[in-house]
Design a protein around this ligand. Structure first.
Ligand SMILES: [Zn+2]
Length: 275
């Protein structure tokens, strides 16, 4: 599943191709996404409008169209946005095609259809964005702010990092990597972390996300950036997906733990359980 760095890489790839272009038509494939505005609504609000800007909020891409219309896209588990000349025959698993000015099409391809494509008329705030927590790079996020969010709570730090209502855009891969870099056991109850612990978590979160964006994201299963290139960050993962292999720092075997139904990878020596 694409996380913040992957979505940001996609945004950076798409923006120069799409911003300033007009959407001419919207076409739909045989199947509808599980969360999608109707073709009628999409056509009504998108067709004929120019793309003013393309922004990211958490894992959402926000297409700001002329006149205050918002087109909100979430890639879900397997969604991809591809740009290219009109495709004949149609590409497999393409559920929506946006025909653009200048002979380019924007394709939304999604084998599992967990992606979202939603349109909002002028003056209507996209409801899903109200649930999205703070951006890890925003000024509001400080060690004290994190300490406050965690005060009196016993949930494990791994689950806290994955909670998009607190911090937006951090998924399973980066949560494991951040905790390894910060030297924290993934099961540590958040209420026990000190201000110094949070300062380390925040520094590592920003460093890892920034570095991953620079490297083009991490390729997992279905993720490719808008140019179809694989990310390079994968080569640098310290713990994620490495159960049973030696830790690059200390040589101990990386362990796997299941938390809230998701796999967590960690080094028992570099990330000791102080419980
Ligand atoms: Zn280690």
């Amino acid at each position: 599943m694409p996380e913040l760095p992957e979505v940001e890489v996609i945004r950076r790839g798409l923006a120069p191709l799409l911003v300033g272009r007009r959407f001419l038509a919207v076409k739909m494939g045989p199947q509808r996404l599980r969360q999608q505005s109707s073709l009628r609504e999409l056509r009504r609000w998108v067709q004929g409008r120019c793309l003013d800007s393309l922004r990211r909020r958490g894992k959402y891409l926000r297409f700001n169209l002329e006149g205050g219309v918002t087109l909100l896209i979430h890639l879900g588990m397997t969604g991809r946005l591809l740009v290219g000349p009109p495709a004949a025959p149609p590409l497999p698993h393409v559920h929506l095609v946006f025909q653009l000015e200048g002979g380019l099409d924007l394709f939304f391809q999604d084998t599992r259809r967990f992606g979202q494509v939603l349109v909002y008329p002028p003056g209507v705030d996209p409801a899903p964005l109200a649930q999205v927590g703070a951006e890890p790079f925003s000024r509001k996020v400080t060690p004290d702010w994190l300490l406050e969010q965690a005060r009196g709570r016993s949930r494990p730090i791994k689950n806290f990092l994955l909670d998009a209502r607190v911090l937006a855009g951090i998924g399973n891969i980066y949560a494991s990597e951040i905790l390894m870099a910060a030297g924290l056991h993934p099961a540590t109850p958040v209420g026990r972390l000190t201000r110094e612990d949070w300062a380390r978590v925040l520094t590592e979160t920003r460093r890892i996300l920034k570095h991953a964006i620079k490297k083009g994201g991490t390729t997992v299963a279905n993720y490719l950036n808008s140019k179809g290139e694989a990310g390079l960050f994968q080569l640098e993962l310290l713990v994620y997906g490495r159960a049973g292999q030696p830790c690059h720092r200390c040589g101990a075997r990386i362990l796997r733990l299941v938390q809230a139904g998701r796999s967590t990878f960690f080094c028992p020596v570099c990330q000791p359980d102080k419980g």
